[in-house]
Design a protein around this ligand. Structure first.
Ligand code: NDP
Ligand code: 2IT
Length: 444
């Protein structure tokens, strides 16, 4: 059996009931096959892949808090410190009822390669909790965040592990967590990113993942001779990534016609009204059913369905495994030319293979959504030098980083004889730096 197959089998055996983690490991290791085969003897002897798939540390803890009725609630908190070969652990905190160890491990594993691709010195980590912020009062959210940070603060720090936002963790949650960290540890330091602008946040971090997604998508299309201006786009999700993806797409002259949340989706043939979306989601924390009161000509549908719309480009920006094989077939039949992942692992393995083998350009999340964490790293730099850069400066750096990632993934794919396969290209480019750093640091 090949070394790659052996390690995939080992991961499944050692981590039962973690299908998302298995999926992420399979995707990465399958595409590293060429590199691994070229160095098989050395990697095997050093157990390099076994070390890569085993987190350096996994924290799991109780998070008790009191709800508005005086009832004590108990959630589970997680932080997986996956790999620190190239820098302090870095990655978001997901607050969603579906969170479990396997989800956090898949996200932490992806984060290793994503962070490496940014070219910045950040290792891979991820955390979160099965707490659901939806429908909770501000006081309840604060009580949860304070309890969560009371435990987490023992294990993180500006030079060791720097969490940030993800699904369910936005500016409000980061603020409450930061306040509690500072209170307990007595340190005003860059221990979290995505902070508010009044206490150490970076301009353009809010916009970064969505904007970065568009910078990379436009570049990928450009190197394949296609202009993004004038294209029609389907976006899923209506959170942080989706909103700023739509905003930047419109600035680039494209038109996004869909958005979704976990209960339904909207179709607006004239292009999604970003100001309305921001008000509904960022200010009122309401559902997408409200959109029609802003745009009477739009349609609201229950359930899933954004990929059934005829578009040129698809940008999944909600959650994992939200674009299935059937969706890939529909998109392809409708003439879609490019899919770029704003979310982490939104496309199933079968759907990815279908799109790639039918000539659809496909940018994997670890490249396409790396703008968020890259700008988090820029926030860390600004915190370290105790200065704040202008929006234009951060945005210009973000653009350069995304264009570089695009060329890195394209060049790496070509170098290994897989021109145009950006999954292979991104995985190899991310892996090479991490492995070089791991080998240089010995058996740790
Ligand atoms: P938000 O919480 O701001 O928004 C999430 C959106 O996705 C909401 O519209 C939500 O709908 C929808 N959604 C979440 N879970 C599900 C589900 N199980 N089924 C259907 N819809 C769902 O999160 P973000 O925009 O920050 O994150 C979106 C994706 O992007 C995630 O995969 C995240 O890991 C990834 N990402 C985020 C980055 C960031 O900087 N924020 C950086 C890189 C990647 P509802 O409100 O109904 O739950
Ligand atoms: O998936 C991701 O890259 C994020 N949620 C952002 C992580 C970060 O540290 O900014």
């Amino acid at each position: 059996m090949s070394y790659v197959d052996e390690v995939i089998e080992l991961v499944v055996k050692k981590n039962p009931a973690e299908p998302e983690f298995h999926q992420a490991v399979k995707e990465v290791l399958e595409s590293l096959r060429v590199v691994v085969e070229a160095n098989e003897e050395r990697y095997r002897k050093d157990a390099l892949l076994e070390r890569l798939v085993e987190p350096e540390r996994q924290l799991k803890f109780r998070v008790p808090w009191v709800d508005d009725n005086g009832q004590v609630q108990v959630n589970t908190g997680y932080r997986v410190q996956f790999n620190s070969a190239i820098g302090p652990y870095k990655g978001g905190l997901r607050l969603h009822p579906s969170v479990n160890l396997g989800i956090i491990k898949f996200l932490g594993f992806e984060q290793i390669f994503k962070n490496s691709l940014t070219g910045l010195p950040i290792g891979g980590g991820k955390g979160g909790s099965d707490f659901d912020p939806k429908g909770k009062s501000d006081r309840e959210v604060m009580a949860f965040c304070q309890s969560f940070m009371t435990e987490l603060c023992k294990y993180i720090g500006a030079d060791t592990d720097v969490p940030a936002g993800d699904i369910g963790t936005g500016a409000r949650e980061i603020g409450y967590m930061y306040g509690q960290y500072k209170r307990i540890r007595g340190l005003f330091e860059g221990v979290l990113t995505g902070k508010g602008l009044t206490y150490g946040g970076s301009l353009a971090r809010t916009e970064a993942t969505g904007y970065g997604l568009l910078y990379l998508t436009a570049e990928m299309m450009k190197i394949n001779g296609i202009e993004i201006a004038g294209k029609t786009i389907a976006v899923s999700g209506s959170g942080n990534v989706a909103i700023y993806a739509i905003e930047k797409a419109h600035e680039m002259g494209a038109k996004c016609v869909t958005a979704s949340d976990s209960t339904g989706w909207i179709y607006d043939s004239e292009g999604i009204d970003v100001a309305a979306l921001k008000e509904i989601k960022e200010v009122r924390r309401a559902r997408l059913t409200e959109y029609q009161s802003y745009r009477p000509n739009s349609e609201y549908h229950e359930g899933r369905g954004v990929w059934s719309v005829k578009v040129d480009v698809a940008l999944p920006c909600a959650t994992q495994n939200e674009l299935h094989l059937e969706d890939a077939k529909t998109l392809t039949a409708n003439g879609c030319v490019a899919v770029a992942e704003g979310a982490n692992m939104p496309t199933t393995l079968e759907a990815t293979e279908y799109l790639q083998s039918n000539g659809v350009l496909f940018a994997p999340g670890k490249a396409a959504n790396a703008g968020g964490v890259a700008t988090s790293a820029l926030e860390m730099s600004q915190n370290s030098e105790r200065l704040s850069w202008t929006f234009e400066e951060v945005d210009a750096r973000l653009q350069r980083i995304m264009v570089n990632i695009c060329h890195d993934m394209a060049d790496s794919a070509e170098r290994y004889g897989c021109k145009g396969n950006y999954v292979i290209g991104a995985n190899i480019a991310g892996f090479e730096k991490v492995v070089a750093a791991m080998e240089a640091q010995g058996i740790v």
